[in-house]
Design a protein around this ligand. Structure first.
Ligand code: FAD
Length: 384
């Protein structure tokens, strides 16, 4: 009997635990540790900020989902793990608790390193947590004229919500009859589309930005934020009245100093999602060191691959499942300019690029049905 411990109740952890439960016999024990008892569906946070969906579309009941897969959920915050004696540490006042394991799946996501941009906490909005998205939503309600600056910092590995926010803001202001009083600018440390998998997407994106009257400023690596001004270097600055920025990302701290992370604290893995230089340990999701954007569909696939190879290891078989780093995204523009891109990142090959109303609709349908496919019930329903 194997004792498998999954760390993290996000896309990667939930799928890894679910898949392990389906692959391993009931004699094995699978537990999942997560800070919260809710699963958060992050891709819906832009819609939440703009009041186009509610909390019931974002928070899902992890306890029920794990129980239905016969996975034990432990709601706790872990501080680190001990690879030699195989336990993770849950700090608790004077006494820390140890949770033992035989095999470990690390899926704690990434850290928002906003402290790398002085003034970020004081002046910038972001929408990478539910609380921050709701706060940004309140700011939008009170914003009627001036300059809205929306963008991402260097090492922010997520561009989709930047574009979706700019499009949603444009539509909202038009509906309110206030569009001519507001200038909307997207700022990016790179050229347009770079974080979305390269130049191929740019013409489609540029067309959509033009139609919405949204300006784009590339090569603007934000290095500080002051009241009403966002800076790149010492001289380049843009005045703003409303600012939403995706902060730099970094790997989480729980695996630091264990010799398994790169210089940005991301965990080094091979194509089988095995952690390089560690035994009986797999990692998946935003926490791993693959280049390019960090996306939920990648976390799901990596969680699946980690589970397949871990089950094989437990059963004494060779690892067979191999990960291929592909980007598959939809930018929901709210109408006919929504974009779908499928890009093989390791082979630099565009597999598909489409534009049309269907893709925004498909993304919303996916958000509605994906949680249900994985036994994740909206929190409100679960409490009835
Ligand atoms: C606004 C927004 C929009 C997005 N849009 C898209 C999109 O359109 N398409 C797409 O594919 N992706 C999108 N993403 C990205 C996607 O959400 C992430 O890539 C995905 O959530 C990564 O999954 P993960 O399981 O690796 O990490 P997470 O989902 O971050 O999960 C990590 C889990 O670990 C837990 N945890 C962390 N530290 C600890 C600790 N010390 N102790 C215990 N538990 C801990 C957390 O509570 C969480 O449950 C978006 C993200 C955001 C924020």
């Amino acid at each position: 009997m194997a004792n498998v411990l999954v760390l993290g109740g996000g896309f990667a952890g939930v799928i890894a635990a679910e898949s392990l439960a389906q692959r391993l016999g009931p004699g094995n024990r699978i537990s999942l540790i997560s800070r919260h008892r809710e699963f958060t569906f992050f891709p819906s946070l832009v819609r939440l900020a703009f009041g186009r969906c509610g909390l019931e579309d974002v928070f899902f009941d992890l306890i029920h989902a794990m129980r239905s897969q016969r996975v034990e959920l432990i709601q706790a915050e872990i501080s680190h793990y001990n690879p030699d004696e195989r336990y993770v540490v849950i700090p608790g006042g004077r006494f820390e608790k140890h949770v033992n394991y035989d095999y470990l799946v690390f899926a704690l996501g990434r850290r928002l390193a906003a402290e790398r941009v002085p003034g970020f906490f004081e002046h910038a909005h972001h929408l990478l947590t539910v609380g921050a998205a709701l706060k940004f939503g309140e700011a939008i309600k009170g914003f009627h004229h001036g300059h809205a600056v929306i963008g991402y910092c260097q090492d922010a590995r997520l561009a989709v919500p930047v574009y979706e926010t700019a499009f949603a803001l444009d539509r909202l202001l038009r509906a309110r009859g206030e569009r001519d009083r507001v200038k909307i600018t997207i700022i990016s440390p790179e050229k347009p589309g770079d974080l979305l998998g390269g130049a191929a997407i740019f013409p489609a994106l540029q067309k959509a930005l033009n139609e919405h009257g949204i300006d784009f400023i590339p090569d603007f690596p934000v290095n500080r934020v002051t009241q009403m001004k966002v800076w790149a270097g010492n001289r380049q600055r843009i005045d703003y009245n409303l600012l939403m920025l995706i902060p730099p990302f970094q790997g989480t701290l729980e695996a630091r100093y264990m010799g398994i992370t790169d210089s940005s604290d991301y965990i080094r893995v091979d194509r089988h999602m095995r952690v390089t230089g560690a035994e009986r340990m797999y990692a998946a999701g935003d926490s791993v060191n693959f280049p390019g954007p960090k996306m939920g569909h990648m976390a799901v696939l990596q969680g699946e691959i980690a589970a397949a190879n871990l089950a094989a290891e437990i059963e004494g078989r060779e690892a067979e499942a191999s990960y291929d780093h592909q980007l598959m995204l939809v930018i929901d523009e709210g109408g006919k300019d929504s974009i779908y891109l499928h890009h093989k990142l390791w082979d630099e090959e565009i597999l598909d690029l489409r534009q049309g109303r269907f893709w925004g609709w498909a993304k919303q349908m996916h958000a509605r049905y994906w949680p249900r496919l994985h036994a994740l019930r909206p929190i409100e329903l679960a409490e009835e």
